[in-house]
Design a protein around this ligand. Structure first.
Ligand code: PSV
Ligand code: MN
Ligand code: MN
Length: 394
């Protein structure tokens, strides 16, 4: 692909940032309040809009309900649009209320299952007001001990809830079904992997798609293989990008695992160029979202770096010489094929990205722009959160 086509693809790249990445968060041991962190959804939207002005490729923000509950979602939508961004995926939270101790939609108690399902359906109503395309579903449901509950019963309960939500979705919208191997449950998780998620999606209907969170797999899992399979099946709904070394660490994407992020974008870039039109269309609908919470990093700096790491990984992936690669693969030239891909991984795309930023009218050095911005001065001055928590500006 020549430089102009690479840039054209990069101009269309979109990364959705999460509201919860702008607020204070912590580990199970401590929350360190960060200076200038957002505390209301309005402030989170302001921060997300600011990250978009710095990058030009982060035009929407995901919401978590009830964390981001407001009286009037139309007002919030307008507030976001006035600042140049859209409200993105709606993430119903069915993991915090005390009733959910033994599960939400899989709880043995019918009244709890009904409460959880009602919340999911309420979030479908929220989507209508926010204009969101995607309902992003994650369940903390699972058990801790062999025999604790009937696994098949739980599976049927989960299916029933997913079906109800699916059938309530307006045309043109989707539900993204996120899986996670373990945590908070440690014996079994009702949606533990992509096979389970895909099975439920296929059963409930066309609007159900699988969501791949990079932190939700067993160590050593080949995530890009899952991505390529789901793409080919037309069921890759989107990503929750983050990085991890051990479990679901939610670190800045591309920091511990740049090759993995590149390999994922390599699958995307390949599918975008496939001769199958349906595959190309499906790939264009994939939602690229960040799911991170930053405990010791500066919130804005961490989000900025996350978005830019995705841009860099995609730029490298687009730089693969796909014709040469095809030839090497067809001839069975094992290591030559690998070298062709790795050449792109090692390519320094930073000069190209600087040109691109200039052309897009966004800061050529986004970190410097952040450091010198009025927005940063304003949040450090006006917001209540006091402790520095380490990180970028103090
Ligand atoms: C769970 O680990 C998860 O990845 C889900 O996407 C949640 O919505 C998100 O993190 C925030 O808790
Ligand atoms: Mn996630
Ligand atoms: Mn997670």
């Amino acid at each position: 692909m020549n430089e102009d086509s690479i840039k054209n693809h990069l101009r269309q790249q979109k990364i959705e940032t999460p509201s919860w990445g702008y607020g204070n968060s912590g580990t199970r041991f401590k929350t360190f309040p960060a200076k200038g962190a957002a505390s209301t959804v309005w402030e989170k939207v302001e921060d997300a809009a600011f990250i978009h002005t710095l990058t030009g490729i982060a035009p929407s923000v995901a919401l978590h309900i009830p964390w981001d509950r407001v009286e009037d979602y139309a007002e919030l939508k307008k507030y976001a649009e006035d600042r140049g961004i859209q409200l993105g995926a709606i993430n119903p939270n069915v993991f915090q209320d005390r009733e959910y101790k033994l599960g939400s939609v899989t709880n043995p108690d019918q009244s709890v299952r009904e409460k959880a399902t009602r919340h999911l359906l309420d979030c479908v109503e929220v989507m209508k007001e926010t204009g969101s395309r995607d309902l992003s579903l994650w369940f903390a449901d699972g058990t801790n001990y062999l025999g604790q509950d009937d696994l098949r019963k739980r599976k049927r309960h989960l299916r029933e809830a997913l079906q109800k939500v699916h059938d309530a979705l307006p045309d043109g919208t989707r539900m993204l079904v996120e899986y996670k191997l373990f945590e908070p449950a440690f014996y079994h998780t009702d949606l533990a992997d992509w096979g389970l998620a895909l099975t439920h999606c296929l059963a409930v209907g066309e609007k159900a798609q699988v969501l791949v969170d990079l932190g939700h797999h067993a160590q050593g899992t080949n995530i890009e293989h899952i991505v390529s399979t789901l793409l080919d099946e037309g069921r890759l709904g989107g990503f929750h990008f983050n990085a991890r070394r051990y479990a679901d660490d939610d670190l800045v994407v591309g920091t511990t695992n740049p090759l993995e992020l590149f390999a994922i974008y390599f699958e995307i870039a390949q599918a975008q160029q496939d001769e199958n039109e349906q595959l190309r269309k499906h790939t264009s609908e994939v939602a690229f979202m960040i799911d991170q919470s930053h405990n010791i990093e500066h919130k804005l700096e961490a989000m900025l770096q996350s978005v830019l790491n995705c841009q860099e990984a995609y730029a490298k992936a687009l730089s693969v010489d796909f014709d040469l690669l095809k030839e090497a693969q067809e001839k069975g030239e094992v290591l030559k094929a690998n070298r062709i891909v790795m050449d792109a991984f090692y390519k320094d795309v930073r000069p190209l990205l600087r040109d691109l930023r200039e052309e897009m009218g966004v800061p050529v050095d986004p970190f410097q722009a952040l450091e010198e911005s009025d927005h940063l001065k304003k949040v450090l001055r006006d917001r209540q959160s006091t402790d520095t928590g380490g990180g970028f500006p103090s």
